[in-house]
Design a protein around this ligand. Structure first.
Ligand code: LMR
Length: 395
């Protein structure tokens, strides 16, 4: 009976890594999956993480189950990082939260929770959004619609259209927002635009769902949660999926946080039990290792300072690479690609067509997502001329 299932096409992002590995072209460049790389193209273990691993190895004395919510020190540390120390929602004990297997695990169990709360609601996602948002949210059985977000012609956010769309959203619907470093476009809301989103959420009574996977890669660890904190300060309910894959470099350890800010402590307690029962029915409890490392880092002054330094280093390197790429394109073609320098985080949207992307892949072995999203961290001083020339050739 199993033969009824057909082979599916490769994943639009992860499939690129497999194709890249098979390509024999010595000049090949990987700008696909969102993984940080240094000048040598390596994805190193952060020093703060390496030290935390040693501490964990020396102190861990059992592999028995952890509690269903995950590592409590991880949850507390992450909530403080996201909301700020002593945030009123924490003092008022209004936040339910669990450690989850990565940002994906967080998005999925929060979607399951939304489905339990109201099976008929619609989740509004930006057009475009991260390719895996729709499968993750859709698999929970929720309806999905898009709101206008990015204008490829102008290489910027079309905020008036976005706001006009959100002004029509039904009460109780959910609006998924990228906390910072929008994936795939790198185009983030300004502070004024976040205020307008807050106003719309208050007027329409929709529930904001923030996905924050790149805290620290945009303008800074504190700066990047401006929108999240604004909403958390002013709304009774906000839900958050956070990932430690990128900013802690813990990709394969699958470390994420699913958090729900609730109207009061009673609702919080109910949601805490609900989210744990959802996790129990899928994977029982999260793997502890990555969460234990983040717990050690965030709860040690020395390691936290070192980690913050390493996040700054990664952010500044990506900012320099943005400038370098835009300058090289200008040098080789006279064209203005300065919008790359205004985009934030790990991704840039080159605003070229899927055909042009595929041509760069077949002619030059430069791999990136069909939407024209490139991983900025895959650029280096060695390959930037090659990338800029190939881009200019398809323009
Ligand atoms: C990306 O967007 O490339 C990363 O978040 C990796 C993934 O799972 O898609």
């Amino acid at each position: 009976m199993l033969e009824v299932l057909e082979q599916l096409p490769a994943d639009p992002i992860l499939g690129l890594s497999a194709a890249f590995k098979q390509d024999a072209n010595p000049k090949k460049v990987d700008l696909g999956v969102g993984v940080y790389k240094d000048e040598q193209g390596r994805t190193p273990i952060l020093h703060a993480v390496a030290k935390a691993q040693n501490i964990l190895l020396a102190n861990e004395d059992s592999k028995t189950y952890i509690s269903p919510q995950g590592v409590q020190g991880f949850i507390d540390g992450m909530l403080e990082l996201l909301l700020g120390k002593g945030h009123k929602t924490l003092i008022e004990q209004r936040v339910a939260a669990v450690q989850a297997p990565g940002g994906c695990g967080s998005l999925r169990i929060l979607s399951e929770l939304l489905k339990r709360a109201n099976g008929d609601l619609t989740v509004w996602v930006s057009d475009p959004t991260w390719a895996n948002h729709i499968p993750l949210i859709g698999s929970a059985g929720l309806k999905i619609k898009t709101y206008p977000y990015f204008d490829k012609e102008q290489a910027g956010i079309k905020f008036d259209e976005m706001a006009a769309c959100l002004a029509q959203v039904s009460k109780g619907d959910v609006v998924l927002l990228h906390g910072c470093c929008h994936n795939p476009t790198g185009a983030d809301l300004t502070k004024e635009q976040w205020h307008k989103v807050l106003e719309l959420a208050q007027q329409r009574e929709f529930l904001p769902f923030l996905d924050i996977a790149y805290q620290g890669f945009g303008d800074g660890v504190e700066e990047d949660v401006y929108g999240l904190r604004l909403l958390a300060d002013n709304l009774p309910e906000v839900i958050v999926a956070a990932s430690c894959s990128k900013n802690f470099g813990l990709y394969r350890e699958r470390v994420g946080l699913a958090a729900m800010i609730c109207a009061n402590n009673q609702v919080r307690n109910a949601l805490q039990s609900q989210i744990q029962s959802i996790a129990r029915a899928i994977y029982s409890m999260p793997p502890s290792y990555g969460g234990a490392l983040v717990d050690i880092i965030l709860n040690s002054e020395e390691l936290k300072a070192q980690w913050l330094g390493e996040v700054t280093e990664m952010r500044e390197r990506m900012q320099q690479l943005r400038r370098l790429l835009a300058d090289k394109i200008k040098e080789k073609s006279g064209r203005d690609f300065d919008f790359i320098t205004r985009q934030k985080g790990m991704f840039s949207y080159l605003c070229i067509s899927p055909e042009q992307v595929k041509k760069m892949r077949s002619d030059n072995a430069i791999y990136f997502v069909d939407s024209s999203r490139v991983n900025i961290a895959g650029i280096s001083h060695q390959n930037v001329d090659y990338i800029a020339e190939a881009l200019v050739a398809v323009l």
